[in-house]
Design a protein around this ligand. Structure first.
Ligand code: ADP
Ligand code: MG
Length: 342
């Protein structure tokens, strides 16, 4: 069991206090897939980073399987962290290492001898479906494959808990589904507890048993996913439920406008030649912006990607404008502006 009591994180920035996580309490059962949903800025990433103390809490307590994480010294924490794997939106792979070497990395750190290490890496590569790609470099992989490496690496030391921070938010819908299937597979095969953070309700619907809705650093509603879908109480929860229940396209766009009031919302039309994943990662690499895929239907064919993606571009006005210009002038993707709040 994971028990979280009165967890609080206050950042001090320019002489102002920002309460990112506000007196949050939750209990998560062993072996469940627990979702945390909230809009950008709700405090989700801070919350999940407090669980393994990538952030130090201002107050409160986190107990994982009876061990008080918050009270541990550095040494104990280092050992406890081997039981807590983590995956990220942008994969955080080592670019100069191959797939196998990336997966071996946490085993090296843990001091696992080389023959044992090799056997474990092979096992993990099979588990995540990357057989044949052992010697590829991250730059040669698709987004979905990169996240598979991230998952294998996170599982290397046999953790009991896996933390996922927007692990599918940089992926197109089809790839998202395949990664979510993999997480369910791992949860069932290994009995791993999964805590998954997202801003997308369809992710919650697809794989979570229970969900907590976060707003302003607090859990405002929680329960079984089905109950939440049938009887959302808070306004924020109702909006999330609508995300996946939306009917007509115009209604959906209107909902997106309401929901994602910051940054620039654009609809990208892919017409064959261009690889959608390559474009999305290129945008976030080349410009100082965050690219969130909100919605879309893309069909991959031998000749490229067909379909549309609605994405949110977040960054300074000039960076977002340069990125939009880039799409319009340097690619064959057509761009339609849905909303510009910059
Ligand atoms: N290192 C930091 N320093 C100052 N403020 C931060 C820091 N990290 C997050 N915040 C602030 O805390 C709030 C919650 O952020 P975050 O946890 O990233 O939310 P989410 O993941 O839900 O988008 C935001 O207002 C954010 O600006
Ligand atoms: Mg976040």
């Amino acid at each position: 069991m994971i028990s979280i009591e009165g967890l609080t994180k206050i950042f001090r920035l320019n002489q102002k206090d920002i309460t990112a996580v506000d007196d949050l309490s939750l209990t998560i059962q062993n072996g469940e897939i627990f979702g945390v949903i909230g809009y950008s800025g709700a405090g989700k990433s801070t919350f999940i980073r407090l669980l393994n103390r990538l952030e130090e809490p201002t107050a409160g307590k986190v107990t994982i399987h009876g061990q008080d994480i918050t009270a541990m010294n550095k040494n104990k924490l280092r050992i406890a962290r081997q039981d807590i794997g983590m995956i990220f939106q942008h994969f955080n792979l080592l670019w100069s290492r191959t797939v196998a070497e990336n997966i071996a990395f946490p085993l090296e750190i843990a001091g696992v001898p080389v023959t044992k290490r090799k056997a474990r890496v092979r096992e993990l590569i099979d588990l995540v479906g990357l057989t044949g790609r052992e010697n590829a470099y991250p730059s040669q992989l698709s987004g979905g494959q990169k996240q598979r490496v991230g998952i294998a690496r996170a599982l290397a030391n046999n953790p009991k808990v896996l933390l996922c921070d927007e692990a599918t938010s940089a992926l197109d819908p089809e790839t998202t589904n395949s990664i979510l299937d993999l997480l369910v597979d791992i949860n069932q095969k290994l009995g791993l507890t999964i805590i998954l953070i997202t801003h997308e309700m369809h992710v919650i619907r697809k794989i979570c048993n229970r969900v907590a809705v976060m707003e302003n650093g607090k859990v405002v509603e929680q329960g079984d996913v089905l109950d939440i879908f049938l009887h959302p109480k808070k306004e924020v929860t109702q909006k999330f439920v609508k995300q996946v229940m939306g009917s007509g396209e115009e209604d959906e766009l209107e909902l997106l406008r309401e929901t994602y009031s910051n940054g620039k919302l654009v609809k990208l039309h892919f017409v064959g030649e261009s690889a959608n994943q390559a474009l999305i990662s290129k945008l976030s690499k080349q410009f100082e912006i965050e690219v969130n895929i909100l919605q879309g239907k893309i069909t991959q064919t031998q000749r490229g990607a067909y379909g549309t993606l609605v994405v949110q571009l977040i960054g300074t006005q000039s960076e977002v404008e340069m990125a939009s210009q880039y799409i319009q002038t340097e690619t064959s993707v057509q761009l339609e502006v849905i909303q510009d709040a910059n």
